[in-house]
Design a protein around this ligand. Structure first.
Ligand SMILES: *Cc1c(COP(=O)(O)O)cnc(C)c1O
Length: 402
């Protein structure tokens, strides 16, 4: 009999009752270290007092308003994001995929407004993940996510990640933009090199293309800058944001320069829920913390300490750990054994982390973790890797006996 929840996930049989910072608690009181953080969503951990206060205060006043009225929280959030980024304007959504849909529509509309509606095609990259809507699975190009869902939404040309010659070769008269994650999350915690991003910026300028960044996972402080592209010293024309910006409340945003947004006039796009007062109150509260003096420096320092511990683990467990990669607190451990075995062993040690492509285990802790959580992670990973090594030894013994 089918599960009453559509069985599109292979769920882990664990139920949590509450969370506090980087820790999750079962009803029985068992404690887990949460380095999944809702897949880079809970940037301030669970039940952060400032976010709880913002949400409960707003909940007593006004939950939802149609976007046909002004929403003060949204106006404030937009002004703050405008001040903190390249953007002149933005559209609020409820998810990352919707932010990408807005970005794709905006890019197409821009060229239409310029009298070149044929320039609807967007260059994307192998290993990309942009969401699960019909257009975003086509943009991501992962055959597993496309299979069986009918004709692929047209308009995306995929090239190898990091290959500037392939990008140049893919540019044609119908090309209107380039879409890239500065750091691929699902794709295996792979960073685009910062020079590569600069080359994309130059190519886009040269050919009149829009540079669209997907910072849904790597944005909002995750890499130690507010947005990852700041490391490269470039600005995009359009950027999709979600995950961390709501700290656990569903919020996304499509940010843009004024020129790129020029086709998006009244009536061209909309969302019932996008930017509602509850969402805006929490997103503003997230910014209060993430943009506070010293917060991003703390993320960078935390990253350096965690990476040092991971390097030690690599030395201690060469049969398990192949490579440590990533930026800030978007880190990946590529493993010699199946990554699913590794996260299962970590779970035995009461530590949670998601996998990624390329046989990588992702570490996506809340951005405000401290030394206690870093040391707990080290101890748990050390124990999990030892568990796996013992398993490998047992197998070798069995093999020798057979
Ligand atoms: C998660 C993610 C998305 C999709 O976000 P949803 O909120 O699940 O729609 C898009 N792009 C990237 C890079 C992501 O990590």
């Amino acid at each position: 009999m089918i599960d009453p929840i559509l069985p599109t996930y292979n769920r882990v049989n664990l139920v949590f009752e509450r969370g506090e910072g980087a820790w999750l608690f079962t009803r029985e009181g068992q404690r887990y270290l949460d380095f999944t953080a809702g897949i880079a969503v809970n940037v301030l951990g669970h039940a952060h007092p400032h976010l709880v206060a913002a949400l409960t205060e707003q909940a007593g006043k006004l939950w939802h308003m149609s976007n046909v009225f002004r929403i003060e929280g949204g106006e404030r959030l937009a002004e703050r994001l405008k001040a903190a980024t390249f953007a002149d304007t933005m559209f609020f959504t409820n998810s990352g995929a919707e932010a990408l849909e807005c970005a794709i529509k905006m890019a197409r509309k821009y060229h239409t407004a310029n009298g070149a509606p044929e320039r609807y095609r967007i260059i994307t990259f192998e290993g990309a993940f942009h969401g699960r809507t019909l257009a975003t699975i086509a943009a991501g190009g992962n055959p597993k996510y496309l299979a069986g869902f009918g004709p692929e939404t047209p308009g995306f040309d995929q090239v190898p990640f990091g290959d500037i010659e392939a990008v140049k070769a893919a540019i044609g008269p119908e090309t209107g933009g380039i879409l890239i994650e500065p750091v691929q999350g699902e794709g295996g915690v792979r960073s685009a090199s910062w020079p590569f991003l600069r080359e994309l910026r130059a190519l886009a300028d040269e050919h009149g293309l829009l540079l669209i960044l997907d910072e849904v996972q790597c944005g909002v402080g995750r890499t130690g800058k507010f947005f990852a592209h700041e490391w490269a010293g470039i600005t995009p024309d359009i950027m999709a944001v979600a995950k961390g910006i709501g700290g656990g409340f569903p919020v996304g945003a499509c940010l843009a320069k004024e020129e790129a947004a020029k086709g998006m006039t009244a009536g061209t796009h909309g969302s019932t829920y996008g930017g509602n007062p509850l969402a805006m109150s929490v997103a503003n509260a997230v910014l209060d913390v993430v943009l506070a003096n010293g917060f991003l420096d703390h993320v960078q320092a935390t990253s350096a300490r965690l990476r040092q511990r991971l390097a030690e683990l690599k030395d201690r467990h060469p049969a398990v750990v192949a490579e440590i990669r990533g930026e800030g607190l978007l880190l990946g451990i590529r493993t010699h054994v199946p990554n699913t075995d590794v996260v299962a062993a970590m779970r035995e040690e009461h530590m949670l982390a998601p996998t990624a492509s390329d046989n990588v285990v992702r570490l996506l802790p809340p951005l405000n973790i401290g030394d206690a959580e870093i040391e707990a992670a080290f101890t748990k990973l050390d124990a999990a890797f030892t568990r796996i090594e013992n398993g490998l030894k047992d197998e070798a013994l069995k093999g020798a006996a057979a």
